[in-house]
Design a protein around this ligand. Structure first.
Ligand code: AMP
Ligand code: MG
Length: 414
């Protein structure tokens, strides 16, 4: 058959094709806590200074520095205390030369003062205070706008929004900002053998785990993911469901039905649309892949149904697509080099992804052992893995003790 004889696409070729088919989503306005983990989609400048007014960095006494220039423990300078200023004072007080005011951290510096003597450098007097250390002009004073001046850029479009950035936005009075939104993803499991979790499977029935696998993986990658649930291997029902989900989705994901079996309905039904391409990718697991667009250009991934294949396909193709939609520059997970604890055979010309357990060595490096055989149906051993071991196309054997590339499957918020 011509299709069988055709050269398989490499993983990198297929990924490049996928990413070129992923556009962008219009920015949306969100409140600050909903911005956590997203990228800013506007340049933010401040229209208030930070700090907002000259204030004291210490609990102490506001002074004119020249008045206490020569103060020392041996020669204290005694000043009359003409008032108290607490944080929250609603107006700026003032004081004349040769006088002082008791001031609290964050309270507005009075007119006439240019420095603050720390409480520790005084006798703490209430009516009169004895100052035992001199200060320079400006000492212990936070100047209005020294952190951020009015009109200064606070954050640039593209900035990743974590606690520090969200704090700054709050400090300058922005409670809503434009961000790149979380892509909305709907996951659809296909297969007439599938039943919903919670029901006891009769003979021949399989509980749908892929929609949970993929929806949680998509959430972890930053998407706003939902499970549609199960669709049987039926051409018309599949097309109806896809149609019904189009408006709610920035990406659609199906699993199952993309091999060459007689009931591989996803492949049959979507091939006819002509906008989704089904290919064989030189990888194991995850060889059959479908990708394209349906409706008004909504990207759709048609992943194989075996759970391990679904996981690997998600990691290799869907996760980078989600990150692209989020506006992230780095689309790939960070990989590490680890010492293989066993010899791993691999087929020439195929990139193999094996599940592994990554160990931190006492010496600082990593080592990795495999868990589960090459079978793509092994859900229990998949649950023990914490990484994927990547064996490159040209490698036919990773010898025990040699270095191998490993992708830790770290959770985003752990
Ligand atoms: P398929 O890709 O449809 O040929 O399915 C391959 C294998 O994966 C079959 O053994 C299916 O029963 C199984 N499978 C397909 N979809 C799911 C799913 N959503 N959850 C768990 N197993 C599945
Ligand atoms: Mg099937």
């Amino acid at each position: 058959m011509a299709e069988q004889a055709a050269r398989m696409r490499t993983v990198d070729e297929h990924l490049a094709g996928v990413l070129s088919g992923i556009g962008s989503i219009d920015p949306i306005e969100v409140t600050l806590l909903d911005a956590q983990g997203l990228l800013l989609a506007e340049n933010v400048a401040t229209d208030v200074p930070l700090p907002g007014y000259d204030n004291s960095a210490m609990d102490g006494y506001a002074v004119r520095a020249v008045d206490v220039r020569d103060a020392s423990p041996a020669n204290p300078v005694v000043l009359p205390v003409v008032g108290d200023i607490a944080a929250g004072a609603k107006s700026r007080s003032g004081m004349g030369p040769g006088l002082t005011m008791r001031i609290m951290t964050g309270a507005p510096l009075p007119a006439g003062a240019d420095a603050v003597v720390r409480l520790e450098d005084t006798d703490g007097g209430v009516a009169r205070v004895s100052v035992t250390s001199g200060v320079r002009s400006g000492e212990n004073v936070r100047r209005a706008g020294e952190d951020l001046a009015v009109g200064a850029p606070a954050l640039a479009s593209g900035a990743a929004l974590g606690p520090q950035q969200i704090a700054l936005l709050a400090a300058i009075g922005r409670d809503r900002i434009l961000v790149r939104p979380r892509p909305r993803i709907v996951v659809i499991s296909t297969g007439s053998e599938l039943i919903d979790v919670g029901r006891k499977p009769a003979f021949g029935e399989v509980t749908d785990s892929n929609s949970y696998l993929l929806a949680s993986a998509a959430k972890d990658a930053g998407a706003d993911a939902r499970r549609f649930g199960i669709v049987p291997d039926d051409h018309a029902q599949l097309l109806d469901v896809l149609e019904s989900q189009l408006l709610r989705s920035d990406i659609l994901i199906t699993t199952g039905g993309v091999s060459v079996g007689a009931f591989d309905v996803v492949k049959q039904a979507l091939s006819e649309l002509g906008t989704v391409e089904f290919t064989r990718v030189a990888m194991q697991p995850g060889k059959p892949q479908g990708f394209g667009h349906i409706g008004n250009g909504v990207p759709i991934f048609c992943l194989p149904g075996n759970p391990v294949s679904a996981l690997v396909s998600f990691e290799v193709f869907v996760r980078p697509a989600i990150r692209k939609l989020l506006g992230k520059r780095n689309l790939q997970r960070q990989s590490v080099q680890a010492t293989a604890l066993e010899t791993i055979p691999s087929k020439q010309g195929i990139r193999q992804y094996r599940r592994g357990v990554l160990h931190r060595e006492a010496t600082g490096g990593y080592s990795v052992s495999l868990v589960g055989g090459p079978g793509s149906h092994l859900i229990a051993s998949m649950a023990q893995s914490n990484c994927l071991v990547v064996i490159e196309e040209e490698t036919t054997e990773v010898v025990a003790g040699s270095r191998v590339t490993v992708i830790p499957l770290l959770l985003a918020n752990r």
